[in-house]
Write a protein that binds this ligand. Structure first.
Ligand SMILES: *Cc1c(COP(=O)(O)O)cnc(C)c1O
Length: 419
């Protein structure tokens, strides 16, 4: 459930008409609903309420805006981060270092050092050598790094290839068959407290079965490690739960996921870590855009909007679907292609879509744009970096400025040899 609804024929974010935001901030602009963020955080936490010991670390790559992180920090969420920059963001949002999980397949030595300095609560190791380097860095600082080993359980998550991470050929984690050996070699190292296992098999999952299969394999591994004398007190189950991008296509509810986790992990006697991203923020955001032209096409018209692939990359990158709705629908429908102004054929949001009839100047939104939206934006075609707004009841505020080309040009310089 979200808080983007029509009132008197005008799409609102909570109590604020989209038209008011367009007038004040311009378009394109991302709009987040605080009440929706809080609701999704609550629903996810409630789904896990029967688990005795757990921690929820929001995967901040899905939406790293500081205001969004502040809302989630207040809900008791920590952060799952994949870079030094994301550590800085989580800390800036007031999250405690011990509530931060550091994932990522290519953490640099500088990033590991920064994370140790900050006192990060858990390092998710991606390979044996990373564990050895982390132990050495920690020892040199007189610290002990708390870590888990990410395994690749070799299951097909049944999602888009670019967001599948748990097949043996993917770059993530160590093969589950190698895990016991790596664990034995790393667990003796001073400076490292290797205490458990992590997995994350992919994103936008619409089926709990692959997740359940992966978790069952983790359970067997935990038993095997304990039998070998290791103390295991943590298992990180990753993220990945899907969200409904298209009306009528409904993913498993967090409550179903929670029930599955409770069943599969019964008796594990560990602290369970979760790394949800998309499911928390996806439907808490929309991308507001204005129609520039309705251009006649050979088969159907092209609705050319002022948002483009540089603002919302998912359709170009993952063939993703985003529902498109007029802010003030006139009751008519049309079948059209929807595209942005960028000079790439890939800058197309939809082909042959049945949509609210629109004409030039009309406002519209792409729904479910709160996850992997603004954070993937670029300035391609020297377009401004898209701004972000948060709505809270009757009020709204810009939470990320529109960065204009002038600002970006000012960061470039002409070298002496060209003067
Ligand atoms: C991306 C990512 C997540 C979050 O995935 P969602 O599908 O957004 O829930 C969690 N853990 C890791 C390690 C990730 O890379």
């Amino acid at each position: 459930m979200d808080h983007f609804d029509y009132r008197d024929g005008v799409l609102h974010a909570e109590n604020v008409p989209m038209t008011a935001i367009a007038e004040a901030v311009g378009t394109p602009v991302y709009i987040y609903s605080r009440a929706t963020l809080e609701r999704h955080a609550q629903v996810f936490a409630d789904a896990l309420s029967t688990l005795p010991d757990k921690h929820i670390a929001f995967a901040i790559k899905a939406n790293p805006n500081i205001a969004v992180l502040k809302v989630l920090a207040r809900q008791g969420f920590g952060a799952d981060v994949v870079s030094g920059g994301e550590i800085a963001r989580a800390l800036a949002a007031g999250m405690k270092a011990e509530d931060i999980v550091f994932s990522g397949v290519g953490k640099t030595r500088a990033e590991l050092q920064y994370a140790l300095d900050a006192g990060i609560g858990q390092f998710n190791l991606e390979l044996e050598e990373e564990g050895a380097v982390l132990a050495e860095l920690a020892r040199a600082m007189g610290k002990t790094a708390s870590a888990v080993l990410r395994v690749n359980p070799d299951v097909d998550a049944g999602t888009h290839a670019k967001i599948s991470t748990g097949k043996s050929e993917n770059k993530f984690g160590v093969p589950i068959s190698d895990a016991a050996g790596i664990f034995a070699r790393l667990s003796g190292l001073a400076g490292l407290n290797l205490r458990g296992i992590a997995c994350h098999i992919g994103s936008q999952l619409f089926d709990l079965k692959p997740l359940e299969a992966a978790y069952a394999r983790i359970g067997e591994l935990v038993a095997e490690l304990r039998a070998a004398g290791h103390v295991i007190d943590r298992v990180d189950l990753g993220g990945g739960l899907g969200v409904p991008y298209e009306r009528g296509k409904v993913p498993p509810a967090p409550a179903e996921y929670g029930a599955m986790v409770a069943r599969v992990t019964r008796g594990w006697d560990v602290k369970l870590m979760f790394e949800p991203g998309r499911v928390i923020v996806g439907n808490a955001g929309v991308l507001l855009t204005r129609v520039i032209w309705v251009k006649p096409g050979v088969a159907r018209p092209y609705v050319i909007v002022d948002a483009a692939m540089n603002d919302l990359a998912r359709p170009a990158m993952y063939d993703a679907w985003h529902d498109f709705e007029a802010v003030v629908p006139n009751g008519e429908r049309m079948v059209a292609n929807i595209a942005g102004p960028v000079c790439e054929t890939g800058d197309t949001f939809a082909m042959g879509r049945d949509i609210d009839a629109v004409q030039s100047g009309d406002l519209a939104v792409f729904r479910t744009a709160g996850a992997y939206g603004a954070t993937m934006a670029s300035t391609y075609n020297s377009r401004p970096l898209v701004p972000e707004v948060m709505v809270d009841g009757n009020q709204f505020a810009v939470v990320a400025d529109r960065i204009l080309p002038e600002t970006i040009i000012a960061a470039e310089c002409v070298p002496d040899f060209l003067k």
